[in-house]
Ligand binder design. Structure first.
Ligand SMILES: Cc1ncc(COP(=O)(O)O)c(C=O)c1O
Length: 411
């Protein structure tokens, strides 16, 4: 994995050069587009914006509608679209091990859309290639998977199949997987979308594909594997030696990886990636006025968001980002060491920055004071701490101090 770190000046120059290659609503004779720069009364041009690359792209408001890895794409904003292609390349090839050029993708509004885009693509594939009925298509996932998987199944009219996990290690219960798949087959499911998580929302647990797929293969011939790395995609590949959920694994066909979580990009920067030869299944031929056609769920989308991802990636380079991640992991390990000393039960994947504590060890006051998030607010069994950039040592020390005081009172 390697991509370079650029100086602030180089990043700024490249972004302004890209903007220069876009159409400019202020200076060119653009009559046909239903878009323009941001409102001038509200977002007026101040001298400092002219120096600020990201804000300048926002002001110019390029639309990245379409999928630019697939075709020429819209011709109006080619400069910033090239930046999007480059950031997608870094995510697909450098971070997730895709072969050179063997990817399609786009910057989606978020992880929810990227997960639904994957389901949509595979559903259409099964319909187009096997004449499948939607009632014959299932999506299988662990009970710790993000709820967007249910949204997608609901929208696409395919069958959600939830598999239990072990309470302590959050690994998929393979016996339950076996029986759920046998039942699904009996109920007429013939085609399967497998939704694996590289970092579940509440636990940061990471699914193990090999044993999961062995069970699947006992029952199904036709399946695709999607990896939801919305949370873990900018941490897990940097913290493990071998990542079985990357494109290096031929079983994996698509990945969601969100920049607006671990990468600290603005909201609206989910990333959808898939291998070549799949995204055609979600081409909307009726998008006839879109030059290059449309292959995405959302349609119009912000070019500035895409540029922000590239700028962050270039600010650190691959080595710098690894170091950032290591700082977060060290802080997470420190919390775990302290919890071990107190004999507190918690879950943590050592390659992730989430610590999820059994609810019985915490008071309501601690949960409230530190905004701990429950697995389920109706009946909380677990509460999580996510060591994001703002979770500095002093905040951790404050929490541990209050936690120890509470435990002392109990004993
Ligand atoms: C694992 C996982 N997948 C998908 C999502 C959905 O992402 P978004 O809120 O960007 O739609 C989340 C959000 O927390 C998540 O943790």
């Amino acid at each position: 994995m390697h991509w370079p770190k650029l100086s602030k000046e180089d990043i700024t120059t490249k972004v302004f050069d890209a903007l220069h290659d876009n159409l400019n609503y202020s200076t060119e004779s653009i009559l046909g587009l239903p878009g323009t720069y941001l409102d001038k009364e509200q977002f007026y041009d101040s001298p400092f914006i002219k120096e600020a690359a990201f804000l300048s792209v926002m002001m110019n408001n390029p639309n990245h509608i379409g999928c630019h890895t697939h075709s020429e794409g819209e011709m109006y904003f080619a400069g910033t679209q090239k930046i999007e292609i480059e950031l997608l390349r870094i995510c697909a090839e450098e971070i997730l091990g895709a072969q050179k050029g063997d990817f399609d993708g786009y910057v989606a509004p978020g992880g929810t859309e990227a997960n639904i885009q994957a389901q949509w693509m595979y559903r259409n594939y099964f319909v187009a290639h096997y004449n499948a009925n939607t009632s014959e298509i299932g999506v299988v996932f662990s009970e710790d998977a993000h709820y967007s998987v249910y949204k997608g199944a609901n929208l696409l009219n395919i069958k959600p199949i939830t598999v239990k996990v072990n309470h302590n290690d959050r690994a998929v219960d393979l016996k339950d997987l076996e029986s759920q798949l046998a039942k699904a087959k009996e109920n007429g499911i013939k085609y399967l979308i497998i939704h694996l998580s590289m970092g579940t929302t509440i636990f940061g647990s990471v699914d193990e594909p090999k044993s999961f797929l062995e069970v699947v293969k006992n029952h199904f011939q036709h399946y695709f594997v999607h990896v939801d790395a919305a949370f873990g995609g900018f941490i897990y590949p940097f913290s493990v030696e071998e990542n079985e959920l990357s494109f290096l694994n031929p079983e994996i066909s698509s990945v969601t990886i969100d920049a607006h979580k671990m990468l600290q990009a603005p909201y609206g920067t989910g990333i959808f990636l898939c291998r070549k030869g799949l995204i055609e299944n979600v081409q909307t031929p009726e998008a006839a006025y879109v030059y290059g056609s449309d292959f995405t769920l959302c349609g119009s989308r912000s070019g500035a968001n895409a540029v922000s991802i590239w700028m962050i990636l270039m600010t650190y380079g691959s080595e710098g980002w690894k170091q950032e991640i290591q700082h977060l992991l060290n802080r997470t390990s420190y919390i775990c060491e302290e919890l071990n000393a107190l004999n507190v039960k918690y879950f943590r994947n050592p390659a992730m920055n989430i610590v999820t504590i059994e609810a019985e060890y915490l008071s309501k006051d601690l949960v409230k004071k530190y905004f701990l998030v429950a697995d389920n607010y109706q009946n909380p069994k677990w509460y999580k701490i996510v060591v994001m950039d703002h979770v500095k040592n002093n905040l951790i020390e404050n929490f541990l101090h209050d936690f120890k005081e509470y435990r002392k009172v109990l004993n």
